[in-house]
Design a protein around this ligand. Structure first.
Ligand code: ZN
Length: 565
């Protein structure tokens, strides 16, 4: 039994013995192949699952400890071991899945794991066919080249040199001249590197198109969907959703931008003004990180007793790291450490309103992992990405009535910014998705043609955007800054699908807060046992692929924003 009273600071796991790991997989495979009946094969599945939990716990721990202190030599060398082993383990996992699917009666297997797990395995086996292995290595190399190019950027601005991370806060400065200047500096660097960024992407697109052809798929869109485990919808469904966003949300977003310009006292809202909602600057939470955690306890107890108790346990077991430190990696995420049967929240809090957004968002992911941690097989714990983001984005909205705890009198300003940001994000999110479809449907297009495709997307979804002659962005190249487009193709629509679901829960909570919260908690407990649309339906959410899913939400949002202007 895992020890749930352990504290994170004293927890560690031994590095895996490579030979023993290999032998473990061989033994599992041999036992499945030698099994005389399905029940013996299911024993093999259970044995494999136990091995995977041990390995996954170590992998999560090693990655987390490295990100907590990237300068630590031991943490770095352990992460390098994990990088090497992860690729091998993924291949062996595919062998086990293939052998289980080939040898076992489909109904017998499904009776144990549920249909969703099996559907994801099938998608995995197609997406990770052994003949694609050399292409995958090349793909990782190209993605790493993109990441390194951006990470190494040295951007001169007002006599100093910045990276994208250190320059970003200045692009959101309350001082207009500063934010425009900082953005111009970033764009100048991007324009100087435009050709290389185009070249990397061109190689990636051609490589991916070739991979799809190798496994007999019509284009990379099909392969990309399998990689993302899109088992219950296809590109036609996604296309219908984008149309709904264009029909209903684009006009609202255009109105919101116009209202934002008026509020900021500007004749024209330029691209560099978009992140500023309010002339007073964005609201800040009360106190520092320790205060944020203590207030967080009260907030989550206020939202739902189960979420409150869960969050107390997380704090007591030291499963959060929110402080900014030298050597700590940037960003925020939630990871699961199976051996502790617990999630861990990692973030960098700087005293801005984003600290609250990130804490509540990651707490939503964490609560889902906690709620489904006791499911029988590890593949049942985590749902697909678009479903995962419902847990996080919905909690951001369900925590609204408690925001006074964090912001005092500024809570209304926070709620307004949050809703406006959530709505104006949707057109951008679908533009990123639509663009990728155009790119992979015509992989032979030139870089210049791709820039024209992006401008076509901006005209469709972001008609009010004004770049004011900003280099690079004005030339149809803004998509180059979206790392998902390079590193995780088709991973983006997920945020817009989940936001559509979260907004439905936001609207419903006004009418029936208790019922909505009960559905939310039950949804988290279901983990990854169902596909996206089934999970959504189980929580009373209309699928984003049904016409009208956004209709009532948009009406309610307009009404709320007018009443709370
Ligand atoms: Zn998330």
């Amino acid at each position: 039994m895992p020890d749930t009273t352990l504290r994170f600071s004293t927890f560690d796991l031994a590095d895996p013995d490579e030979a023993a790991l290999r032998a473990g997989y061989e033994q599992v495979l041999a036992s499945i192949e030698a099994a005389h009946d399905d029940s013996a094969r299911i024993d093999g599945l259970a044995q494999w699952d136990a091995m995977r939990r041990t390995y996954a716990s170590w992998r999560s721990l090693v990655s987390l400890r490295f990100q907590q202190n990237t300068g630590d030599a031991r943490a770095k060398s352990r992460r390098q071991i994990a990088d090497r082993l992860n690729a091998q383990v993924a291949l062996r996992d595919a062998d086990v899945k293939r052998s289980l699917l080939d040898a076992t009666d489909a109904n017998a297997l499904e009776a144990e794991t549920g249909a969703q797990v099996i559907d994801c395995w099938r998608a995995d086996l197609e997406a990770n066919a052994p003949e694609l292995e050399p292409d995958m290595v090349e793909e990782s190399r190209l993605v790493a080249k993109y990441v390194e190019l951006l990470a190494g950027a040295e951007i001169p601005f007002r006599g100093e040199t910045y990276s994208f991370t250190t320059l970003t806060p200045l692009t959101r400065s309350a001082d207009r001249e500063t934010r425009e200047g900082a953005m111009r500096a970033a764009c100048t660097w991007r324009a100087q590197n435009l050709e290389e960024l185009d070249e990397i992407f061109d190689e990636l697109v051609k490589l991916r198109a070739g991979m799809a052809a190798k496994v007999g798929l019509s284009d990379f869109v099909e392969l990309g969907y399998r990689r993302m485990h899109r088992v219950d919808y296809d590109r036609k469904d996604v296309e219908r959703f984008r149309d709904e966003v264009r029909r209903l949300v684009v006009p609202l977003a255009t109105d919101l931008r116009a209202a934002q310009a008026t509020k900021l006292g500007l004749d024209e809202l330029m691209f560099w003004d978009e992140s500023i909602q309010d002339p007073a600057g964005n609201p800040k939470p009360i106190g520092g990180t320790a205060e944020l955690i203590e207030r967080g306890r009260r907030v989550f107890h206020g939202v739902h007793p189960e979420i409150g108790t869960f969050f107390d346990g997380l704090v007591d077991r030291e499963m959060l790291d929110l402080d900014v430190r030298g050597g700590k990696a940037g960003g925020g995420f939630c990871t699961f450490i199976d051996k502790l049967r617990s999630p861990f929240i990692f973030a960098n809090c700087t005293g801005s309103q984003d600290d609250v957004r990130v804490l509540v968002h990651e707490a939503g992911h964490a609560f889902q992992m906690w709620s489904s941690r006791m499911l029988r097989f590890s593949d049942q714990i985590m749902p697909t990405y678009e479903a995962c983001e419902i847990h996080s984005m919905a909690l951001e909205f369900l925590a609204w009535p408690e925001m006074e705890q964090f912001f005092g009198d500024d809570a209304d300003r926070y709620r307004r910014n949050h809703l406006a940001d959530a709505l104006t994000f949707l057109p951008y999110g679908v533009a990123v998705d639509h663009f990728q479809h155009l790119v992979y449907e015509r992989p032979e297009a030139t870089p210049a043609e791709r820039h024209a495709m992006w401008q076509e997307m901006e005209a469709l979804y972001l008609p009010s955007r004004k770049y004011g002659g900003m280099p690079h962005f004005a030339d149809g190249a803004l998509w180059q800054r979206q790392r998902h487009i390079y590193g995780m193709p088709f991973y983006y629509i997920d945020y817009t699908l989940a936001q559509t679901c979260a907004l439905q829960m936001w609207a419903r909570a006004f009418e029936d807060r208790e019922g909505t919260l009960a559905d939310y908690v039950a949804l988290c407990k279901r983990g990854g046992t169902m596909s996206f649309q089934k999970l959504a339906a189980s929580a009373g959410i209309i699928s984003p692929f049904e016409t009208g899913c956004l209709e009532s939400v948009v009406t309610r949002a307009r009404e709320w924003l007018t009443q709370n202007a």
